[in-house]
Design a protein around this ligand. Structure first.
Ligand code: HEC
Ligand code: HEC
Length: 424
């Protein structure tokens, strides 16, 4: 063996010893956890980019929120919130939070990349820190030194993507048939419009509400700074010239549902809900579903002309032998005075946890053939124009009529009511 080779062997052995020594140092606690904190956690803390949490949390919480200026402070803060498992560091809850998006196949690559880096950095740092008796034995953190989500938990929950999607389904998605098929991707009407105006008119995505929300959230159709000026509202209001004409008037159900979603979405995006009390009150406890069953009222009275007319449809409850107190379907729209006509597609409604809600979620929402009471309300006093969140009620009631219908779908197969048959 040449001297040179011998020498390199010696150096190699020496470095192995050094490495081993370092390992021992690390195990006995040591600068290494601190080093990892400086080199790998602090950059996450200082990065202007959001962490992987944004894949599911639109606001309210970020991994940065858990990192404190020093590694000792960060450790006790996490430890005393139960987010570090001292005996089985890999099971630490903070790692589970970071790992949450692992099983989401739709996750963007950027989240995947961030998540891997975050998991590796936190995993290593926690492993080393948990072995360090000095850190383990640090005194309990004061309440004000426990750092977590920057917003209260109610706000964190409200801003979760799955919650935002639920709200989207219950508002804009449920109202999509108010836009006929013009914007529903893949329909014959939409294909024709796409040819003329480009893919921008195909925003009710054929892959469903999640895809539509994803598209709209990234599009120019929602104006986060001035939500009420969003094209999603100003186009159908025809405040900005619209190829489909005037489809909303301020105060109608479609406008209100779109507005409620867009305003809420904008506040979430701007992270401007400071506390639980500032969150919007739940609109109601009902789930809304779009349908292509149309109701038509002919021979409308002269003084109803160009007013908003609302119908509530109540189902006959055979078991109880009475009409259901809450409507199963509703719709509203301006009366076409000159044509003495009102017609629109129905929005179906049912309580959140009902059997019907399950059925409508899993299949096509529709009304069963049977006996129904149609109650009609007309905004003769222009209450909606004055206070857009007014609700038409007893004082606006103009009459009701019992009908039989199988509620066939489509513009050409409407269930018809003659206004002259309405009784108070
Ligand atoms: C793949 C989606 C997803 C990702 C990514 C994700 N979360 Fe969550 N998170 C959820 C869901 C869903 C819940 C509510 C269900 C639950 O409590 O288990 C939740 C709940 C929470 C809660 C508890 C709130 C409560 O309701 O008590 C906190 C805190 C939290 N996440 C923080 C984070 C942090 C920090 C990250 C990033 C490091 C993150 N999450 C990444 C989906 C995710
Ligand atoms: C009869 C067909 C038709 C109906 C019904 C219709 N639209 Fe449109 N809409 C169009 C056409 C055509 C365009 C493209 C020209 C334009 O920008 O005005 C358009 C454009 C839009 C745009 C702009 C899209 C973009 O990316 O530039 C929005 C937003 C919109 N409509 C919203 C609605 C809403 C909301 C409804 C229902 C409440 C509705 N439209 C009903 C035909 C329709």
């Amino acid at each position: 063996m040449s001297r040179l080779v011998q020498r390199s062997f010696a150096i190699a052995a020496w470095s192995v010893m050094l490495l081993a020594n370092k390992e021992v140092q690390a195990q006995s606690g040591s600068p290494d956890a601190g080093e990892i904190f400086q080199k790998r956690l602090i950059p996450i803390f200082k990065s202007p980019n959001p962490s992987s949490c944004v894949q599911c949390h639109l606001a309210g919480v970020d991994l940065k929120n858990y990192i404190r200026p020093s590694h000792e402070q960060t450790f006790v803060s996490l430890r005393d919130q139960g987010l570090i498992d001292l005996d089985d560091p890999e099971k630490s809850k903070i790692l589970q939070l970071i790992g949450m998006g692992k099983n989401d196949p739709g996750a963007a690559l950027i989240h995947e990349k961030n998540r891997k880096a975050e998991l590796a950095a936190f995993g290593e740092w926690i492993r080393l820190s948990a072995q360090d008796p000095k850190l383990r034995n640090l005194p309990k953190a004061k309440a004000e030194d426990l750092k977590g989500p920057e917003r209260p938990i109610e706000v964190v929950r409200h801003a979760r993507k799955d919650r935002v999607l639920e709200s989207f389904e219950n508002t804009i998605w449920a109202m999509r048939f108010r836009c006929m098929s013009c914007h529903i991707e893949g329909t014959a009407e939409n294909r024709e419009l796409v040819e003329k105006h480009g893919p921008r008119v195909a925003w009710f995505k054929k892959d469903g509400p999640a895809a539509a929300l994803e598209y709209l959230a990234a599009s120019r159709l929602i104006d986060v700074e001035r939500p009420e000026k969003s094209l999603l509202l100003t186009k159908p209001l025809n405040e900005v010239e619209h190829g489909g004409g005037k489809k909303f008037i301020k105060g109608d159900q479609g406008y209100r549902a779109f507005l409620a979603f867009v305003e809420d979405f904008a506040r979430i995006k701007k992270n401007s809900y400071p506390d639980a009390a500032s969150l919007p009150a739940a609109r109601d406890t009902l789930l809304h579903f779009g349908s292509e069953s149309w109701l038509k009222i002919s021979n409308t009275l002269p003084d109803w002309g160009d007013r908003i007319l609302q119908v509530n449809v109540h189902a006959w409850n055979a078991n109880a032998a009475r009409w259901d107190a809450s409507p199963i379907a509703t719709s509203d729209r301006q009366v076409f005075g000159k044509g003495k006509l009102w017609q629109h597609s129905l929005t179906l409604m049912t309580p959140k946890d009902s059997e019907l809600a399950k059925a409508w979620k899993n299949g096509k929402p529709s009304l069963a053939q049977g006996k129904y009471m149609v109650k009609v309300y007309v905004d003769l006093r222009d209450r909606l124009g004055k206070t857009p969140d007014a609700v038409l009620g007893k004082g606006d009631f103009v009459g009701q009529v019992e009908i039989q219908s199988a509620w066939p779908e489509g513009y050409g197969r409407m269930t018809a009511v003659d206004a002259r048959k309405l009784r108070k």
